[in-house]
Ligand binder design. Structure first.
Ligand SMILES: Nc1nc2c(ncn2[C@@H]2O[C@H](COP(=O)(O)OP(=O)(O)OP(=O)(O)O)[C@@H](O)[C@H]2O)c(=O)[nH]1
Length: 139
């Protein structure tokens, strides 16, 4: 359960575990899913490339030009190993019409923030309709 602007949201998460640019994007990943969190590592150019391939496949699968998405640059705590600048992530997210943030799995706060941001993106599509409790599925 995540609370955003005083509203409680019941999030159901689906982890794609091990998707790479060669994986076939299962159709089940596009059904009854309201928003997507695409995560790369700021220490890996490869992961930044993979996330772009996954985004293309995702749009193909859902048959839309835009879906509620948050692009996340993870491992921001690894300063010495960083190879992707925040501006590069932001630029990519902007080209998708997606939200962007950097996070570290070592900081609980940024992990919660990811889920708040995807709820806000899903709300935009819903036209911000107020209600008591909403159910959302995030992948
Ligand atoms: N320093 C640091 N290490 C991280 C962070 N996030 C993940 N890791 C480490 O990175 C490694 C991979 O993390 P996973 O969560 O297995 O990555 P994943 O992308 O979910 O992997 P798959 O499920 O196989 O796709 C682990 O050793 C984690 O401890 C982070 O924000 N900072």
């Amino acid at each position: 359960m995540v609370s955003v602007n005083g509203q409680d949201f019941n999030l159901q998460l689906v982890d794609t575990a091990g998707q790479d640019e060669y994986s076939i994007f299962p159709q089940s990943h596009s059904m009854d899913i309201h928003g997507y969190v695409l995560v790369y590592s700021v220490t890996s150019m490869k992961s930044f490339e993979v996330v772009q391939v996954l985004h293309d496949k995702l749009l193909d699968m859902v048959g839309k030009i835009q879906v509620p998405t948050v692009l996340v640059g993870n491992k921001k705590d690894l300063h010495m190993e960083r190879v992707i600048k925040p501006e590069e992530g932001k630029k990519l997210a902007d080209s998708w019409g997606a939200a962007f943030m950097e996070s570290s799995a070592k900081e609980n706060q940024t992990a919660v923030e990811v889920f708040k941001r995807i709820i806000l993106e899903m709300e935009k599509v819903d036209g911000n309709a107020p209600s008591e409790e909403k159910k959302c599925a995030v992948m």
